[in-house]
Design a protein around this ligand. Structure first.
Ligand SMILES: [Ca+2]
Length: 362
C-alpha cells in the first residue's frame, strides 16, 4: 500500500514537472514570436506614387542613425534626412513599381531594414503627334480589326468576334481578302505579327497563340496565362499587350523574357491594344479612345499621343467600333490606321518633335 502511494506521488510529481517544463517552453516560444511580429516598420511613405525625379518623403517613426537607402537593390546617395523625414530622389530610369529599402540603426541602436514600394510615373509631358492623311483605301466593314501588319510589302489583318475571327492577306487597293483562314468559333482572334515567315495570331481569352506558315497552314500553337490583346515584334522578340499597362517581351516560342509598365505623366496607361513597333518605340492603340500612344521601350514612358478624332468615319458606332489597327510600311515610312468595322483604311504621315524623318517619312 505504502509502495503504491509512493509510486502515485512520484508519478504525480513527474507529471507536474513535465507539464511545468512544457509550460516554460511554451511561454518562451510565445514570447519570442510576439517580439518578432510586433516589431513595426520605422519607415513609411507618405505618398507612394510620383513622377520620375520627384522627391519621395519617407516618415521615420523614431530617431534613427546611420541610414542607408537603396532603390531596386542599388545603393543611392540621393537622399537627405531632416529630423523625422527622409527625402529621397526617385531617380529611376524606368516607370513602374520600384523597391526602396531603408536601413540603419533604430533608437535602441539595433539594426533595422524596412522595404517599401513606390510607383514612378513618367516625367515627360507627352507631345501632340500630328498627322496628315495622304490617301484612303476601302476596308471591309465586316472586319472587327484586331491586328494589322505589313510583311514584305503585303498587308495582313487578324479579326475578332467568336465565329467571325479570321486571318487574312488583304488587297490594299480593294480592301478584299486575297487569302483568308477562319478560326474555330470558340476562339476570339486578336493581334497578329509576322517573324521570319511565321505568322502569329493571338486569341483573347483562350490563352492560345496560333502559328502559321505564310500560306496560312497551322504549324504549332503556344500557351500564355494572360489575356491576348495586341502583338508586334522587334527583330525576333515578340511584344504583346493584355489590356493592362504592361508590354511583355517573348521569344519566338513564347517564353517571357521581360516586361515593361507603361506610364504617362498622369499615371499608368491601361487598355493597351493593337501594337506596332517602329525604331525603338511601340505605337499602341488605347482601347475605347481615339488615341495612339508612342511608347519608349527603354523607359516605359509615353512620349507622345496621336489623336485621330477628326478622321473617324462619321457613320460608325464609335463606342463599339473603336480605332484599332496600326501598320507601318517601312519602304514608304508611313503608317496605315483603321478601326473595328470601319469602312476606311487611312494612309498617314505622322510628325512630332522627336520623331525622326526616317520614321515619319518627312
Ligand atoms: Ca500592328
Amino acid at each position: 500500500m505504502l509502495f503504491m502511494m509512493r509510486y502515485a506521488l512520484l508519478t504525480a510529481f513527474s507529471v507536474f514537472l513535465l507539464s511545468a517544463c512544457k509550460q516554460d517552453k511554451k511561454e518562451t516560444t510565445t514570447s519570442t514570436s510576439t517580439e518578432t511580429t510586433e516589431k513595426q516598420p520605422i519607415a513609411s511613405l507618405t505618398k507612394s506614387a510620383g513622377r520620375i525625379g520627384d522627391t519621395l518623403a519617407v516618415h521615420l517613426s523614431e530617431a534613427v542613425s546611420g541610414v542607408s537607402v537603396s532603390i531596386d537593390g542599388a545603393a543611392t546617395t540621393g537622399f537627405r534626412q531632416q529630423k523625422d523625414t527622409l527625402r529621397i530622389k526617385a531617380n529611376t530610369p524606368k516607370t513602374g513599381w520600384h523597391q526602396l529599402i531603408i536601413s540603419g540603426l533604430d533608437a535602441k541602436k539595433t539594426a533595422f531594414a524596412d522595404t517599401l514600394s513606390f510607383e514612378a510615373y513618367s516625367d515627360i509631358k507627352p507631345a501632340d503627334v500630328d498627322y496628315t492623311v495622304l490617301q484612303t483605301y476601302p476596308h471591309e466593314k465586316s472586319s472587327f480589326t484586331q491586328g494589322l501588319e505589313f510583311y514584305k510589302g503585303d498587308l495582313y489583318e487578324g479579326t475578332g468576334q467568336n465565329g467571325q475571327s479570321k486571318l487574312m492577306k488583304v488587297d490594299l487597293k480593294t480592301g478584299k481578302a486575297m487569302q483568308s483562314r477562319p478560326l474555330d468559333a470558340q476562339h476570339f482572334g486578336e493581334g497578329i505579327t509576322i517573324v521570319n515567315d511565321k505568322i502569329y495570331q493571338l486569341t483573347w481569352t483562350s490563352g492560345v497563340c496560333f502559328q502559321y506558315t505564310m500560306d496560312f497552314t497551322p504549324v504549332t500553337s503556344f500557351n500564355y496565362h494572360t489575356q491576348g490583346w495586341g502583338l508586334t515584334h522587334k527583330d525576333t522578340t515578340l511584344i504583346m499587350s493584355d489590356g493592362s499597362n504592361k508590354l511583355y517581351f517573348l521569344t519566338p516560342t513564347f517564353r517571357k523574357t521581360a516586361e515593361i509598365a507603361v506610364y504617362d505623366d498622369k499615371g499608368p496607361v491601361v487598355n493597351l491594344n493593337e501594337l506596332e513597333y517602329v525604331n525603338g518605340y511601340v505605337y499602341a492603340n488605347i482601347w475605347q479612345t481615339n488615341r495612339i500612344a508612342r511608347i519608349d521601350l527603354n523607359t516605359g514612358k509615353v512620349v507622345g499621343y496621336l489623336d485621330i478624332t477628326k478622321t473617324i468615319p462619321p457613320t460608325i458606332n464609335a463606342t463599339e467600333d473603336v480605332l484599332n489597327g496600326i501598320a507601318y510600311q517601312p519602304q514608304e515610312r508611313l503608317f496605315y490606321i483603321t478601326g473595328k468595322n470601319w469602312p476606311t483604311l487611312f494612309k498617314v504621315r505622322v510628325s512630332a518633335p522627336g520623331i525622326p524623318a526616317s520614321v515619319a517619312g518627312l
